[in-house]
Ligand binder design. Sequence first.
Ligand SMILES: [Zn+2]
Length: 189
Amino acid sequence: MSAETMMVRPAFTCGRCGGPVRDEAVPGFEAYVEGLRVTLEGGVSRFTCRDTACAAAGHVVADEQHLAARLAQARLTHPLKLDGPEGRFVRRVLDLTQAALAARLEITKVHLSSWERRQVAFSPALEMRFRLAAAAALQAVHPGFTFDWPALARLKPRVAEGERPVFRFVWVLGGWRLTPSSAAESAAA
Ligand SMILES: [Zn+2]
């Protein structure tokens, strides 16, 4: 491979017709990931098939697995009370079965599954066990992720009807980072 071809970005091909696509960066992309609202700066491109008869189009988000892991980290440290579907999202990011996570939390699988379906609520003490266990599991998979453990252990989750956190991430040096404005917003929310 010549230096010249190495300069060229990896070409996307159309998933529908296999032809070449045009892609452009999308600034301030807003999306819902498993019900969690995110704004992404950088790392998102919109592609359009160059074949006008095909006209396939869509978005490509860089390293979605890393984004999901960062989102799980952000949610675990956010002060709004966790609801079950958010917990299920975190569990899936950790690649844990309900049985495995329930064992770590010392609850039954039925209890965990009922929470994930919003049929029961977690007590504040159990929610804290969940946050700490999930954060530890996340850090085991991503040693570069840091947590303020004393702050997390002191966190008093708030119940706020209808209020949802918004997380802003920026794509920097091949990874997703939660932006400081997002943290301030979380604290003020
Ligand atoms: Zn196409």
